[in-house]
Design a protein around this ligand. Structure first.
Ligand code: PNS
Length: 176
C-alpha cells in the first residue's frame, strides 16, 4: 500500500520553508502531493499556472516522490479523492498552532479518516513566510536563501513587467 500525504497551501510563492517541509514529509510517506489551493477570490503575486510551474521546477529536481497538483473545494474531499492517508502542515512557531489546530479539528470533524500530521520546520526557517518574502522583496530587501533562486528570478521578472506596465500607463495618461 502506498502511504500518500497531501501537503496543501497557497505557495505564493514556494519558500525554502516549504521545501524543508516537503523533504521531511518525503521521509515519512511514499508519495507527497503538494496541492495548491485554487482560490479565485484571492489574487496572489503569481497565478496558479505560475505557481505550479515553479513548484514543479524546484521539487522535480529533489524527489520523484513529489507530485504537484491543484485543488478547489474542501481539502478533505480532495484528500479522499486522492486516497491520501494524511494532510501535512508545517508549524513554525506557537503562533501557527492555534490556526492549524482549528483547521485540523474542523477537517477531522468533516472527515475523521483523514489524519493531520504537523511537522516542525527547521529553526532557521521558522520566520519565513510567503507574505513576508513578498513584502521584503517589494521594498527592495534581499530574499536570498529564503526562496529558491529560480523563484527570485521569477519575482524579478514579474516586478520588471509590472514596472513596464506602470510606465506604459503613465505615458498614456500624460499623452491623453
Ligand atoms: O498556505 P495556506 O494559505 O496557509 O493554506 C491554507 C489551506 C489551503 C490549507 C486552507 O485554506 C484549505 O485547506 N483550504 C481549502 C478549503 C477547506 O477545506 N476549508 C476548510 C478547512 S478547515
Amino acid at each position: 500500500m502506498v502511504r500518500r500525504a497531501i501537503y496543501p497551501g497557497s505557495f505564493d510563492p514556494v519558500t525554502t520553508g516549504h521545501l524543508d517541509l516537503i523533504e521531511r514529509a518525503c521521509k515519512l510517506f511514499d508519495e507527497v502531493i503538494v496541492a495548491i489551493l485554487v482560490n479565485p477570490g484571492k489574487s496572489g503575486m503569481f497565478d496558479l499556472s505560475e505557481r505550479v510551474a515553479m513548484l514543479n521546477d524546484v521539487v522535480n529536481a529533489r524527489s520523484k516522490k513529489v507530485i504537484v497538483d491543484t485543488f478547489d473545494g474542501l481539502l478533505v474531499d480532495y484528500a479522499v479523492t486522492k486516497e491520501a492517508h494524511a494532510v501535512v502542515r508545517g508549524i513554525r512557531a506557537i503562533s501557527d498552532y492555534e490556526y492549524e489546530l482549528q483547521m485540523a479539528l474542523m477537517n477531522r470533524r468533516l472527515c475523521p479518516q483523514v489524519e493531520t500530521v504537523f511537522l516542525m520546520s527547521a529553526e532557521e526557517n521558522s520566520y519565513i513566510s510567503s507574505r513576508l518574502v513578498k513584502e521584503v522583496f517589494s521594498l527592495g530587501g534581499t530574499i536570498d536563501g529564503l526562496v529558491p533562486d529560480l523563484v527570485i528570478e521569477r519575482m524579478r521578472a514579474k516586478l520588471g513587467s509590472q514596472e513596464q506596465n506602470e510606465s506604459v500607463k503613465t505615458n498614456k495618461t500624460k499623452k491623453g
